[in-house]
Design a protein around this ligand. Structure first.
Ligand code: C5P
Length: 398
């Protein structure tokens, strides 16, 4: 399955580079997101703007960004981490030779070294070059090093020759990529499951420049999303205006208010697992002022109305087999209150998040959480990521 996957498309400097634009479209039509890295010589065959327009993303070519010094040199690490597969199509004899010798003289070859995802090479060149012993040896070396190689097709080549060397049809590259992604998918208790995670605060605006919110940074929710991904889940992270960094490897969508989050959750009711770690505001302004409220109205009284309780609503709609996991943060009687929320919201599990302990709660890198289920209670401490991993390993054992 290519849908929802991240494809890093490497384009090198052969005449077939123009075909990579069609390949990119085919990946997108199948529901994948694509980012493009070109070698400097590929830009002689097809414009950078063609790929940036089609991928709706910046294209990486140079390791050192001349326009914004200091900006882009870590892309080879970030993009390599982002991708589910790195497809180099077309792959010239020159880039092939560099790859098998571990050279890193441009963004593409550096990313090959940094990437931990599978890499598919589509060697494409003139027939006589393809038949040269050096290319044959390099292709064998590439296979021995663990690269995947899709043989070129035979046919009419740009030089006028009829031989092997053509870029395979997009559908064949897609099929091969899909097989490789499946083979490398993390196998765990959440493999094949859709996991919806919410994180961070909501903002409830009462005039165009002011809102009611809370100090949630989103760290715990992001950690839960990454923990679910490590167990093989197909994770969608809905996040509010978080201050914590979201790893590039997560599929994300943002929200601002509780109402907006509610609409996004409603469109994903088919999730097998829902983890509501967002700190959703219980109240919003009863009326939003379209203009900034003036200071002279100094004794402003803000009338509030309740927000929908999204998790309670999910509990009412719960489909058979769906797992609902909530969070509870209280300033008093944490465990007692969390237990009653577990029943009242029809949840399977609730994570009671301590506010009063040192090294726990909003903004902290560490946490103490008591996981409560039906007749189950266990506490976990550590970094937020460690706690998230422990919680999900307990709920979804191998
Ligand atoms: O009842 P309380 O707000 O303490 O419950 C917290 C849990 O409910 C959290 O998982 C939070 O994400 C969720 N919640 C919600 N909608 C709200 C308020 C909280 O889904 N309006």
């Amino acid at each position: 399955m290519i849908a929802g996957k991240r494809i890093l498309l490497g384009v090198t400097g052969g005449i077939a580079a123009y075909k990579a634009a069609y390949l990119l479209r085919e990946f997108q039509k199948s529901g994948a997101s694509v980012r493009v890295i070109m070698t400097p010589s590929a830009t002689r065959f097809i414009g950078i703007e063609t790929f940036s327009s089609l991928s709706r993303h910046e294209v990486a070519v140079e390791v050192f960004n001349q326009q914004a010094p200091g900006d882009s040199w870590t892309k080879h690490i970030q993009w390599g981490d982002w991708a589910d597969i790195f497809v180099i199509a077309p792959c010239t004899a020159n880039t092939l030779a560099k790859i098998v010798h571990g050279e890193s003289d441009n963004m593409l070859t550096s990313t090959v070294l940094a990437a931990r995802c599978p890499i598919l090479l589509c060697p494409t060149m003139d027939g006589e070059m393809y038949e040269s012993p050096a290319v044959a040896e390099n292709l064998q070396k590439a296979r021995d090093l663990g690269f995947y190689v899709l043989e070129p097709e035979s046919g009419y080549l740009a030089s006028g020759l009829e031989a092997a060397g053509r870029l395979p049809k997009s559908e064949n590259i897609l099929e091969e990529s899909s097989k490789i992604i499946d083979k490398h998918a993390i196998q765990g208790p959440l493999t094949g499951k859709q996991v919806l995670v919410t994180a961070g605060p909501t903002r409830e605006f009462f005039d165009p420049v002011r809102f009611i919110s809370n100090p949630s940074t989103g760290k715990m929710g992001i950690a839960m999303a990454d923990a679910a991904r490590l167990l093989g889940g197909n994770v969608a992270l809905l996040h509010g205006p978080v201050t914590a960094e979201i790893p590039d490897r997560l599929n994300t969508e943002s929200f601002v208010s509780a109402d907006e989050l509610f609409e996004k959750v409603k469109s994903r009711l088919d999730a097998d697992v829902v983890i509501m770690a967002a700190a959703v505001s219980d109240f919003k302004a009863a009326k939003t002022n379209s203009q900034k409220v003036k200071k002279k109205n100094a004794s402003l009284t803000l009338e509030m109305s309740p927000n929908p309780d999204i998790l309670e609503w999910l509990g009412e709609q719960k489909k058979p087999g769906q797992i609902l996991i909530g969070f509870a943060m209280e300033t008093e009687d944490l465990i007692k209150n969390a237990k009653s929320k577990l029943d009242q919201k029809n949840l399977d599990w609730i994570c009671a998040n301590s506010l009063s302990e040192g090294g726990a709660g909003f903004g902290s890198d560490t946490n103490k959480i008591t996981l409560l289920g039906k007749n189950f209670e266990e506490s976990f401490t550590g970094t937020k990521q460690e706690v998230a991993n422990q919680i999900l390993e307990k709920i979804f054992p191998e």
